[in-house]
Ligand binder design. Structure first.
Ligand code: HAM
Length: 415
C-alpha cells in the first residue's frame, strides 16, 4: 500500500463540508471589507522567499520544499502567501493602481516541519494583504477582519496579542542590545542561532529549540527601544482597537517567524483544548519594506494569515448551514424506480437536492438510507401510486403526512 506523504491530510466530504463552511465565511467577510481574491502559483522562484521571507528564518533555512526544475532554475512550493502576492503586484503593474490595494487568498502552503496536531506540511491558509497605507487605520482594518471571522465562526477562548518590533530606524540599536545580551551565552544557543547572532539576532527569539527559548526568556524587549514614530503608531493602533471594542494584550514576546515585519505584529491565540499545542490560529502584521526589498519603490503594507486547517477542530457548522437532502424518493419495483429517477432529475434541474435509490435496495433499506442522509421529506413510489398519479409525502422532521400529486412534486418544492 502507498501511504500519503507525512504531515499531509486527506479530506472526505464530512471534513470538506466544514472546510467549505469556513471558506464561505471568510470570503463573505473579505467581500464586506472590500478585499478581492488573488490567485498566484503554488510555487515561486526560491529567491523570492529567500529575499522576501528572509534567509535566516526557519521557514527558509529549514522548511521549504525546494527543487530544481527541468530547465534549471530553483523553485520552492510556497511556504506562505505574502511574497507571491507582492511579486504579482510588482510584475503586473497593479502597483500603479489607485490605493489601497486589498487582496485576499485561500491557498495551500507547504512547510517541511515536524508534524503534530495542528502543524502540517501541507496546510490551507486564508490570507489578506492591504497595500498603500502607512496609517494604523490599515492595521486596524485587517485585525478587525480577523476578529470578525473568528467571532462569526464561533471560535471561543481566543486572545489577540499585539506587539511592535520597530523599524529600520530603531531596530539597529535593539539588535546591538541583543548581541550584547547573547554574547556571553552563545554556548547555550543552537548552531543555527550562533550564526544568527551576527546576521539577525531577532531570529533567536523565535527559535523553536528549547535551550534557545530558555536563554531568550530574559532578553531585552524591542518595545522598550521603539523610536517616536513606532511608539505613536502603536499607541494609535491600541486606541483604535479599544474604540472598536476589540480586546487585546500587548505581548512583547511576539517577534513572528518571517523577516519582513516592521512596527505592528499580532497573533490570535486559541486556548481551546481541542487545538493541541499549536494554538496560534492567525498571525500577521505590517511589512512596509517588503515591496522595496523585492525591487519596487516604497509601498507600505499589512496583512495576516489564518490557518484554515488548524481551525478545523474548533469549528462546528451551524444546523442551518449544513448540507442536507430536501427529498428522498423511495421506490418499490422496476417501474417506480425508473419514475423516481426522472422525478429526481427534474427536481435537481429546478435546484432542489433530491435522491433516489441507485442500488436496487429493499424499501426498508432505502428508508434507513434516507434517514442517514437526514432527508427532509420522503415520498414512497409503488405501482399503485404511479397508476393513481398520487403518493404520500412524509415530513421527516415532524412525522406529518400529506398526499401529493406526483407530477407536482417539483412545483411543491420550488414554490
Ligand atoms: P505565519 O504566522 O507563518 O504567517 O502563518 C499564518 C498562520 O498559518 C498561522 O498562524 C497558523 O494558523 C497557520 N500555519 C502556519 N504554519 C502552519 C502549519 N505548519 N500547519 C498548519 N497551519 C499553519 C504567514 O504565513 C504570513 N504570510 C502572514 C501574513 C500575511 N503576514 C502579513 N500578511
Amino acid at each position: 500500500m502507498i501511504n500519503r506523504p507525512q504531515g499531509m491530510l486527506d479530506f472526505f466530504p464530512e471534513e470538506t463540508e466544514k472546510l467549505q463552511y469556513i471558506e464561505n465565511t471568510v470570503r463573505d467577510i473579505a467581500n464586506r471589507f472590500g478585499f478581492g481574491e488573488i490567485r498566484t502559483p503554488v510555487l515561486e522562484s526560491t529567491e523570492l522567499f529567500s529575499r522576501g521571507v528572509g534567509n535566516t528564518t526557519d521557514v527558509v533555512q529549514k522548511e521549504m520544499y525546494t527543487f530544481v526544475d527541468r530547465d534549471g532554475p530553483s523553485f520552492s512550493l510556497k511556504p506562505e502567501g505574502t511574497a507571491g502576492v507582492v511579486r504579482a503586484i510588482l510584475e503586473s503593474g497593479k502597483y500603479g493602481d489607485a490605493m489601497p490595494l486589498k487582496y485576499y487568498y485561500i491557498t495551500n502552503c507547504y512547510r517541511h516541519e515536524r508534524p503534530q496536531k495542528g502543524r502540517y506540511r501541507e496546510f490551507s491558509q486564508f490570507g489578506v494583504e492591504m497595500f498603500g497605507s502607512d496609517s494604523p487605520a490599515a492595521d486596524v482594518t485587517v485585525i478587525s477582519m480577523a476578529d470578525m471571522i473568528i467571532k462569526t465562526l464561533g471560535i471561543k477562548k481566543v486572545d489577540l496579542r499585539i506587539n511592535s518590533i520597530g523599524c529600520p530606524k530603531c531596530r539597529p540599536k535593539y539588535h546591538q542590545l541583543l548581541k550584547d545580551y547573547f554574547s556571553d551565552k552563545t554556548d547555550r544557543l543552537c548552531e543555527t542561532c550562533k550564526s544568527r547572532l551576527e546576521t539577525n539576532p531577532l531570529r533567536i527569539l523565535d527559535c523553536k529549540s528549547e535551550s534557545c527559548k530558555a536563554v531568550s526568556k530574559d532578553a531585552p524587549k524591542m518595545i522598550d527601544c521603539l523610536c517616536e514614530e513606532c511608539k505613536e503608531h502603536m499607541d494609535s493602533l491600541r486606541d483604535s482597537l479599544k474604540k472598536l471594542g476589540i480586546d487585546y494584550t500587548v505581548d512583547t514576546s511576539i517577534v513572528r517567524g518571517l523577516d519582513y515585519y516592521k512596527k505592528t505584529v499580532f497573533e490570535f491565540v486559541c486556548s481551546d483544548e481541542r487545538m493541541g499545542a499549536q494554538s496560534t490560529i492567525c498571525g500577521g502584521g505590517r511589512y512596509d519594506g517588503l515591496v522595496e526589498e523585492l525591487g519596487g519603490s516604497h509601498l507600505p503594507a499589512c496583512g495576516f494569515g489564518m490557518g484554515i486547517t488548524r481551525l478545523l477542530p474548533t469549528v462546528s457548522i451551524p444546523d442551518d448551514k449544513k448540507k442536507s437532502v430536501t427529498i428522498y424518493l423511495a421506490s418499490l419495483g422496476q417501474k417506480a424506480s425508473e419514475e423516481a429517477l426522472l422525478i429526481v432529475n427534474n427536481l435537481r434541474l429546478k435546484g432542489v437536492s433530491a435522491e433516489c435509490d441507485t442500488m436496487g435496495r429493499s424499501l426498508k433499506a432505502q428508508m434507513k438510507y434516507a434517514n442517514k442522509l437526514s432527508a427532509g421529506s420522503v415520498v414512497i413510489l409503488g405501482d399503485d401510486e404511479i397508476s393513481n398519479g398520487k403518493a404520500v409525502l412524509r415530513n421527516m422532521t415532524d412525522g406529518s403526512q400529506s398526499e401529493i400529486v406526483i407530477d407536482k412534486i417539483a412545483d411543491y418544492f420550488t414554490e
